[in-house]
Design a protein around this ligand. Structure first.
Ligand code: ZN
Ligand code: ZN
Ligand code: ZN
Length: 548
């Protein structure tokens, strides 16, 4: 009976093998620190287009030694900064987490409100009164950072930072130790939501007025002009002007801009990224992030690429220079993490809060029949249509592709709301830029069969969105003639980088389609903690359960 014996041996070997595999899964050492990097308005394309000019230690290191998801997309409308950050960290979409725009019309308040407005808290640090009246109270779902705080019995620290308040506050969640954002005074500030005064190390950082060294130096090309052959000429008609610069060309005299404005001018330069990276390093040092066995989480959102993209455009030398410099900033930061936290002790991911469109005039000049439409022109035409048809302006607000009707006037005039909606829908459909118009009823009844309606439904919170939602045609932007914008469901706005790197992250890549809401549940699985409460929990299996 050698046969059964052999089979027995094979089975035993298999069992032992599976046992060892499962051991290696469950014995994975938790990282001591998670670093979440969001690059505001970064298109996946930039990792390819500028690749020849990147160093080996920044973006390329993350790509070569980590895991690259080449085909990651946003899955809702509107693709803006606040919904983007909220969706990355909650693992769900605006329909669930409630952050339906950067600012949106509130029927309750009768006016637009800002995503992180909170007038029950006040500024701490050297900022203006308004700049610090901020908290995550409008965020309706928990974040991965919230779940980490709960799972570690509040011992794991969570700190969020960005030049933008919303880029710092939303990722850090409800239970954060701190969130810091940049004031036009040049200081990083916070709000009483987090504490009664800034930590001493932040005050020290602010006292050094580090922004001045960048202002004094000015902004010139980082590399010789010939390096920038992936971009248009420095002076082109699709560029806006930075802080009223005479021409959209290098070198930019930041001192002059600073003197005419304030320390906020650093936002629309690559040095906004550098000063934030300096603060991130100070946070790691002074808060001892990644030093004990309770995992800490640092969220860093680089806002400057978005400001520069909006003003100067996605094919400008200025934008390319920003990414070449950000590459070195990231290289330096990785090096710092390796020495300070230790190569095997952290996990880092890098993504974006949305991507961005081409400048529509540029496309039109190259024979694609699209254009930009000024938002105030849309509002004007809606007003005219309403007055011509109903004798009165029935539109309360048009923002984030949402149209809100004045239901009181409609009622008092004895109009049928349903008929008003249909009438506006028919009118809007005749507008050159409009592809589809959906009513609230259509959105809430959607089954997911209509590709675009699915995006809109995922971004639609009936308590906060409008009566009609407009989807523009691809290529059109609701924006000025220069620079660019974002917000739509099209791939140029949805396709963002997604890179994972560090502790137990395998080296590899995939081009399978992934969605942005997969990041947070994947991190939860990686950390073996509770999933954020609103997520559908579709994880990125490619980077989980790997043998080291
Ligand atoms: Zn953004
Ligand atoms: Zn230029
Ligand atoms: Zn933007």
């Amino acid at each position: 009976n050698t046969m059964p014996n052999t089979i027995f041996k094979i089975i035993m070997k298999k069992i032992l093998f599976l046992f060892l595999i499962s051991l290696s899964i469950f014995a994975q050492k938790r990282p001591k620190l998670v670093v979440g990097i969001v690059v505001d308005q970064m298109k996946m394309e930039y990792l390819y287009r500028f690749s020849d000019d990147f160093s080996n230690d920044g973006f390329k290191k993350l790509m070569d030694k980590g895991y690259v998801f080449h085909n990651t997309h946003y899955n809702y409308l509107p693709t803006y900064t606040a919904p983007g950050h909220a969706s990355i960290y909650t693992g769900t979409t605006p329909a669930v987490h409630g952050i339906v725009g950067n600012e949106w019309f509130s029927r309750k308040l009768g006016k637009e409100m800002y995503c992180t407005d909170d007038n029950t808290v006040t500024t701490i640090g050297d900022g203006t009164k308004d700049e610090g009246e901020m908290s995550p109270k409008n965020l309706l779902a928990t974040t991965i950072t919230d779940e980490l705080r709960l799972s570690t019995n509040f011992k794991g620290k969570v700190i969020g930072m960005s030049l933008k308040d919303r880029g710092a506050i939303l990722p850090a969640g409800h239970f954060a130790n701190w969130a810091f954002w940049y004031s036009k005074t040049g200081a990083f500030i916070s709000s009483t939501f987090y504490g009664s005064q800034l930590p001493q190390w932040v005050t020290n950082f602010n006292n050094q007025k580090r922004f001045m060294k960048y202002i004094d130096k000015g902004w010139d090309l980082y590399k010789p002009l010939t390096t920038y052959n992936e971009s248009m000429t420095d002076d082109n008609p699709y560029e806006g002007k930075l802080y009223k610069a005479e021409k959209p060309v290098f070198p930019y005299n930041l001192k002059e801009m600073y003197e005419k404005n304030d320390a906020g001018v650093i936002r629309a330069t690559p040095f906004g990224n550098d000063i934030l990276a300096e603060l991130a390093k100070e946070a790691i040092l002074n808060e001892n992030l990644g030093k004990d066995n309770d995992t800490d989480f640092l969220t860093v959102s680089f806002s400057s690429p978005d400001y520069i993209g909006h003003i100067i455009g996605p094919r400008s030398v200025e934008l390319q220079d920003t990414y070449l410099r950000l590459d070195t900033t990231i290289a330096d930061f990785l090096n710092f993490l390796d020495t300070q936290v230790g190569k095997d002790n952290y996990v880092l991911f890098l993504t974006a809060d949305h991507a961005g469109a081409e400048n529509a005039r540029f496309l039109a000049d190259n024979k694609y029949n699209v254009t930009n439409v000024e938002p105030k022109e849309i509002r004007k035409s809606l007003k005219k249509f309403s007055q011509d048809t109903f004798g009165e302006d029935l539109v309360l607000n048009y923002s984030n592709f949402n149209l809100f009707f004045n239901k009181e006037i409609i009622k008092s005039k004895g109009l049928d709301l349903h008929k008003v909606k249909q009438s506006f829908k028919e009118y809007l459909t005749t507008q050159e830029q409009v592809k589809r118009v959906y009513t609230e009823e259509e959105i809430l009844a959607s089954s997911g069969a209509d590709f675009y309606l699915n995006f809109i439904a995922k971004g639609y919170d009936p308590t906060q969105n409008g009566d009609l939602v407009i989807l523009d045609k691809p290529g059109y932007i609701e924006y000025g003639a220069t620079g660019t914008s974002h917000g739509t469901t099209y791939t140029y706005d949805t396709h963002v980088p997604l890179l994972f790197y560090g502790n137990n992250i395998p080296k590899g890549q995939t081009s399978d389609r992934k969605v942005i809401t997969q990041i947070a549940p994947t991190l939860a699985q990686l950390l073996q903690i509770t999933f954020p409460n609103g997520t559908e929990a579709n994880v990125l299996n490619e980077i989980l359960h790997t043998k080291k």
